[in-house]
Design a protein around this ligand. Structure first.
Ligand code: PLP
Length: 379
């Protein structure tokens, strides 16, 4: 790879070049089958994904947003219910709750992992709480071991938001347990830039029981279990066979790519030390027992906005996930939250910066990224 020119946040083309032959073969198979929505290709992907995750069943959806919505529908979340989640996430984590007329109850995050604080989540539980959505942000799992028992003892369902965490895991009782198998359901996004990405929108729900999987499968097809008979009102949220075929190919490589991302993260950490940057930049913490899959490599940086502009002038892309905490979004003003309610999340919105991160990112490119940061902090 050249060591001049722009460095993107994510480069799909480099990844595609590694699997182009396999993908074209898979696409050919779907085109000649002439079966484009659900069907055997989608069923095969669901089985393979369930096998990888070691979950009971996996049911695909049209997007990660729909996965969250359908999970809450299947759990029976309704107006008047409360759902606890993090204010530091992508919009869809919270919007699925309000779309069902339930009340979003936010709980603040931890400064090091950026994930929701289990203590704050516990404190937020009331007798109206129906579900808890922990988000495994940026590719690192929340520490769910105790909270799942606590929530179960209160009859509160756990729907993990695994949109950014396909392949992440924690150790539990000496064995690994992947994101998506800790709660009642795990909601995945296969948006193209995700660690397991399709070539369009796609999503999936991992389900701990057949009953939940059957219910989601019905709800994603207009609430219908047999042709033109509708037991309830569902939505249209089915996976395309083309996306399933692509995902089946990419699933075979997802472990290699996760390890490559971890190498990229290790190299960043070393380069920060080499350049004496730790005083200005705090790298993401990998908490005990976790395999972080670095969907994003997000640092906390002093003078973040100036740094980002400086990098951009040098052709290095950086991103801010997320510039505004969810409780301060105009559409959620009706909830009555205000500035200062979730101080950790609010502070993070002013400090976080995602550096270029993808499996194929080269050492010379990373040296340029960190070199530019060193130059900025020297100035
Ligand atoms: C944490 C989180 N939740 C939910 C979603 C929604 O997924 P999708 O874009 O596939 O609808 C995303 C996607 O960006 C996400 O990052």
């Amino acid at each position: 790879m050249p060591d001049t020119g722009n460095i993107p946040s994510f480069d799909m083309r480099r990844n595609y070049a590694r699997v182009e032959g396999e993908i074209k073969e898979a696409l050919d198979r779907v085109l000649s089958s002439a079966q484009f929505i659900l069907g055997p290709e989608v069923a095969a992907f669901e089985n393979e994904a369930a096998g990888y995750l070691e979950t009971r069943r996996a049911v695909s959806t049209a997007s990660g947003t729909d996965a969250l919505l359908l999970a809450l529908m299947a759990l029976g979340v309704k107006p008047g219910d409360e759902v606890i989640t993090t204010p530091f996430s992508f919009f869809a984590t919270a919007s699925c709750v309000s779309r069902l007329g339930a009340r979003i109850v936010f709980a603040d995050v931890e400064p090091d992992s950026y994930n929701i604080s289990m203590e704050r989540a516990r404190e937020a539980a009331t007798e109206r709480t129906r579900a808890f959505i922990p988000v495994h942000l940026f590719g690192q799992m929340c520490s769910l071991e105790e909270i799942t028992e606590f929530m179960a003892s209160r009859n509160i369902a756990v729907a993990e938001d695994c949109a950014q965490a396909f392949g992440a895991h924690r150790t539990r009782g000496g064995a690994i347990a992947r994101a998506g198998v800790w709660g009642d359901m795990g909601c995945f996004s296969f948006f193209p830039t995700k660690n397991l990405g399709a070539f369009g929108d796609a999503g999936m729900i991992s389900c701990a029981s057949d009953a939940l999987a059957d219910r989601v499968a019905k709800l994603r097809a207009h609430g219908s279990s047999s042709s033109y008979l509708h037991d309830e009102v569902g939505v249209n949220s089915r996976m395309d066979a083309i996306q399933a075929a692509i995902l089946r190919v990419r699933l075979r490589h997802v472990e290699t790519w996760a390890e490559e991302r971890r190498n990229v993260a290790r190299r960043y950490n070393l380069l920060f030390a080499e350049r004496d940057l730790y005083e200005h930049v705090t790298p993401p913490a990998e908490t005990d027992g976790n395999r972080h899959t670095y969907h994003q490599y997000v640092v906390r940086a002093k003078r973040r906005d100036e740094l980002s502009a400086f990098m951009s002038e040098r052709g290095i892309a950086t991103r801010v996930y997320y510039p505004l905490a969810l409780h301060l979004q105009p559409c959620f003003a009706y909830l009555g939250y205000g500035k200062g309610d979730f101080p950790v999340a609010e502070k993070l919105t002013g400090e976080v910066l995602a550096l270029p991160m993808f499996p194929e990112l080269t050492m010379p490119e990373q040296e340029r990224v960190v070199g530019a940061m060193a130059e900025f902090y020297r100035s």
